[in-house]
Structure formats: structure tokens, C-alpha cells
Design a binder for this molecule. Structure first.
Ligand code: PCA
Length: 228
């Protein structure tokens, strides 16, 4: 993407999605983090001349989806059409995660005995018949991980397994959608751990750290997009 050096800010929009409560998880961080980011906005750090967000006006949209195979994609697709985002960061909870999990890719498969919010237990099989077996993320995971590593309070790792439940199904459909767009849209999935405010938690991270993490994800994605 070419940005001329003029005074007009480059307008970009980001859609950040998450899920509502499910399975005895009363507060899903993936519901709160996108909402907080949309409320707070994401802008350049005033003192940082190298901040990729300098000269960028970023519109931040949040959506909370039901933990339903059909309902989550229907809702996200509607938002994609409405917002026409340049970047999409889908998030979901991984209860066993110690920190932030940057998902490398989505598999064309459901395989879970767990019923979704509509009481649907998905067949073991492809999400989209005849579609590719997997899609890679479009988010710049290495740059994001580097940004995290400078912040020692953000444990994170790359993972190749978004599970076989609703998160992976949503991720797969999002990547399939992006593959069929005529313009480049950076799309991907980040799994969040439980909210845990203990100083040295075995599992989970404080909500505020999770918000900072997704801010890094968006900032690095903007840098990557402007460089394309
Ligand atoms: N995590 C579930 C679905 C919703 C969520 O936040 C999953 O791992 O598929």
C-alpha cells in the first residue's frame, strides 16, 4: 500500500471480533478486549516517531459473536460487509493457555463432541466441502511476537492448533472469505487466556495485559499493511 507523504491521514479500519460466554466461562476475555479497544481507540504513541500508527486514522470496530458454528460466521460476515475492514483480528478464549497464542492457521475440519450455543454437535468432517485443507493466517506473526518479546509482561507463543470447535471453524471461514476478496485484507486469529489478576498466574493474564497485546497485534498489522 502506497502512502503519499502528505498531511491527510491514511484512513484504515480494523474489525476485532470475540465470543460471548460459554461452558461455565461467565466472562470471556474475547468479548471484553475488542469492546475496550473500540471504546479507547488505537492511536500512535505521541512520543514515538517510529510508531506505524503515525499519520493513520484507525477506525476500530468490535463485534461479539455467539459460540455457535452457524451464528458466529453469519454475524461476522455481516460485519465484514458493513465495515469493509482492512484488518480483521478474530479472538477467542483458550482456557488452558498461559498467555497469548498467535494462531498460524485454520484447518478445514470440525471434530468436537461439545455442543455449541444452538446445541449443535458438528459432524466430524470438513467445514467447507471441496475447499482447501487449511489456510495460513495473514497477520504478521513474527513481527507481533517480536513486539511482545520487548514487553516482558506479555507471555506469548505461536501455535498451529486453534482447536476443532467454534474458534477454528470461524477462523477457517474468515480466511476462506479473505482468499476470495479482490483486495488484500489482513485477517487472522489470536487466542486469549482466561482473565487472571494474580501477580504470577500459572494460567491467564490480567485483562489490561490482554488489551495491550491486541493493541500490539493491530499496530504491527498496520505496519505490515502500509509496507505491502
Ligand atoms: N473459545 C471456544 C469457542 C468460543 C471461545 O471463546 C473455542 O476454543 O472454540
Amino acid at each position: 500500500m502506497n502512502t503519499a507523504a502528505n498531511s491527510e491521514p491514511t484512513r484504515l479500519s480494523v474489525l476485532i471480533s470475540g465470543f460471548g460466554p460459554y461452558d461455565h466461562v461467565p466472562v470471556n476475555p474475547s468479548q471484553l478486549v475488542p469492546k475496550l479497544l473500540a471504546e479507547q481507540g488505537i492511536a500512535a504513541n505521541p512520543g514515538d516517531l517510529d510508531d506505524p500508527l503515525r499519520g493513520v486514522q484507525l477506525d476500530v470496530h468490535a463485534v461479539t459473536m455467539p459460540v455457535s458454528y452457524a451464528g458466529s460466521w453469519a454475524m461476522l460476515e455481516r460485519e465484514l460487509e458493513r465495515v469493509q475492514p482492512d484488518i480483521v483480528v478474530a479472538t477467542g478464549l483458550k482456557r488452558a493457555a498461559r498467555g497469548i497464542l498467535l494462531e498460524r492457521g485454520a484447518l478445514n475440519r470440525t471434530d468436537s463432541t461439545r455442543p455449541d450455543a444452538d446445541d449443535v454437535v458438528a459432524d466430524r468432517g470438513p467445514i467447507r466441502e471441496g475447499a482447501p485443507a487449511a489456510y495460513w493466517t495473514r497477520l504478521p506473526l513474527r513481527a507481533i511476537l517480536n513486539a511482545f518479546s520487548k514487553d516482558h509482561t506479555l507471555p506469548a507463543s505461536l501455535t498451529s492448533d486453534a482447536g476443532t470447535f467454534v474458534c477454528n471453524a470461524l477462523f477457517y471461514q474468515l480466511q476462506d472469505w479473505a482468499a476470495h476478496q479482490t483486495r488484500d485484507v489482513l485477517t487472522g486469529f489470536v487466542s486469549l487466556p482466561l482473565i487472571n489478576d494474580e501477580p504470577h498466574p500459572q494460567h491467564g493474564l490480567p485483562l489490561e495485559r490482554q488489551v495491550v497485546a491486541i493493541r500490539h497485534v493491530v499496530r504491527q498489522s498496520v505496519a505490515y499493511l502500509l509496507d505491502m
